[in-house]
Ligand binder design. Structure first.
Ligand code: GLN
Length: 500
């Protein structure tokens, strides 16, 4: 621990940026401090890879830029990446034995953009294998532990990212969200996370799970810090990702301190209409979660927002639709791991088929194998129309339901997950139970809409509860504004788990 700045790990992105600009600390000092913390708390299972030499070289480069007078909100600020984003300086495993020791020859676009902004990479963070899971209990490298209660899951699949931020190992992290993997771990660990509109952040260099859903985004302590990261990460990359949106780069922090259009400073959310889907507030949601969510909604009301009932009538169908579409795409994406080009290769194969079969069955874990089987089945001749096409039709209807809702309200709010974090192992043997817990995050994913999780308080056993905010396409700056207004009058996002 640094004698000069023993509390460097308590500082968020904006605060660290300011301290670095004021030369009260250096990128090197901050990086050293957080690397020491990563080692001290290795029992949390947050990191899968560190590379001190690479981190310190990046920090030295940032310090040189600062000394030369360069300024920027992320210059010298450390962060860490979910291990499904490929990096040159660290191995990338996607939480799988299949990619053990894999070194990418290039950086993912979002990694490269954050590095260009001067962010210093501390390492790679644990996740469910190929981002398939909701508890980070499907990682081939062991579970990550929720710092609020180490016997609980941190959520998944970006569990390591949420743990790193919550346990003050890093002020911010990247995550990816296919069906909730930024929002749900953010909720379980009491941090702030945003899944942008599909296509906002380039998928180039993101190890593919379900390409029509995968989206990277930031996780940090506050909406303000998320806005600073997203401003660097987002932007067109059409030459390398054909689904990247051709929207010019934006400053996502531009509305943060502003009142809602037409509102006054004393009631900054006056005029904002928040729709509450009745399907999100039914008996399927635990009462402690509902209580915290309702309390956060009352805060938004006090700030001037109007709450109204809306319907998202196909919410229940999101689960079967997603668990057809995502495995279908996964079965196709994961066919590239054949033991020939890269990834695990079985020893002494008797022939080509044996090489394929043993390489894949030795290195893919049970959840990944289950989804490949499911996906191959729903895409097979005869079942394609019955399952895959039907799921795509439901997906379209879900997206239409959101547009109907956005005719009545400016944004939608509800719980992120139906419960607080469960015990590690509680759902490992029952995949359906884990799938059902995705009910509130899947609809926005299927529709490609931006969604975020904002700390809303605590439920049973003092475990964090997140408030989900869902906006219309490209409304990230507005979502962050509303979250920021909430964070001005609440302090849940500033609380850290005991001992951290
Ligand atoms: N829990 C969901 C799944 O297992 C979502 C995962 C994700 O968003 N990567 O597919």
């Amino acid at each position: 621990m640094s004698a000069a700045h023993p509390d460097l790990h308590q500082m968020g992105v904006a605060e660290l940026g300011a301290a670095l600009h004021a030369r009260q600390t250096s990128a090197t000092e901050v990086a050293q401090h957080l690397l020491a913390r990563a080692h001290a708390h290795s029992g949390l299972g947050a990191y899968l890879a560190l590379n001190e030499a690479a981190t310190l070289a990046q920090a030295a480069a940032a310090d040189a830029r600062l000394s030369a007078g360069e300024r920027g909100p992320l210059l010298g600020v450390p962060l860490a990446h979910k291990d499904v984003l490929v990096t040159r300086d660290f191995p990338t495993t996607a939480g799988s034995k299949m990619l053990q020791g894999y070194r990418s020859p290039f950086d993912a676009t979002v990694v490269q953009r954050l590095a260009a902004a001067g962010a210093v990479s501390l390492g790679k963070l644990n996740c469910d294998e190929f981002a398939m899971g909701s508890g980070n209990d499907q990682s081939a490298y062991g579970p990550a532990h929720n710092p609020w209660d180490r016997t609980r899951v941190p959520g998944g699949s970006s569990g390591g990212s949420a743990v790193a931020v919550a346990a003050r190992l890093a002020p911010a992290a990247t995550g990816t969200d296919t069906g909730g993997s930024i929002r749900q771990p953010a909720s379980f660990c009491g941090v702030t996370g945003i899944k942008p509109t599909y296509g906002r952040c380039s998928r180039y260099g993101l190890v593919a799970y379900a390409s029509s859903l995968d989206q990277a985004g930031p996780m940090a302590r506050s909406a303000h810090d998320c806005a600073l990261l997203l401003s660097a990460m987002a932007g067109p990359d059409v030459e390398r990702d054909s689904t990247s949106l051709e929207q010019p780069p934006e400053d996502y922090s531009r509305y943060l301190a502003q009142p809602w259009p037409g509102a006054s400073a004393s009631r900054p959310l006056q005029g904002l209409r928040i729709g509450l889907p009745r399907e999100f507030f039914g008996p399927g949601c635990a009462s402690d979660v509902l209580q915290a969510v309702r309390a956060a909604l009352s805060e938004l009301e006090r700030l001037g927002a109007t709450l109204l009932d809306i319907a998202l009538p196909r919410t229940e169908l999101a689960i079967p639709a997603y668990y057809i579409i995502a495995p279908a795409e996964a079965s196709s994406n994961l066919s590239r791991y054949d033991g020939v080009r890269y990834g695990h290769r079985a020893a002494q194969p008797s022939d080509l088929l044996d090489l394929y079969q043993r390489s894949r069955s030795e290195a893919f874990g049970p959840e990944v194998q289950r989804r490949i089987l499911l996906g191959t089945y729903v895409l097979s001749h005869g079942y394609y129309d019955a399952y895959y096409i039907k799921a795509q039709q439901i997906r379209r209807l879900i997206a239409q339901d959101f547009q109907t809702a956005f005719g009545q309200c400016d944004l939608i709010a509800g719980p992120v997950a139906p419960s607080v974090a469960w015990a590690i192992g509680a759902k490992t043997a029952d995949p359906l139970a884990a799938y059902l817990a995705d009910i509130y995050t899947l609809p926005a994913s299927l529709a490609g809409l931006p969604g975020m999780s904002v700390p809303a308080g605590f439920g049973a056993d003092h475990l964090p509860v997140g408030l989900q905010l869902i906006g219309n396409y490209l409304s990230e700056a507005r979502l962050l504004q509303v979250a920021h207004q909430l964070q001005r009058v609440t302090d849940f996002h500033r609380q850290s788990p005991q001992g951290f």
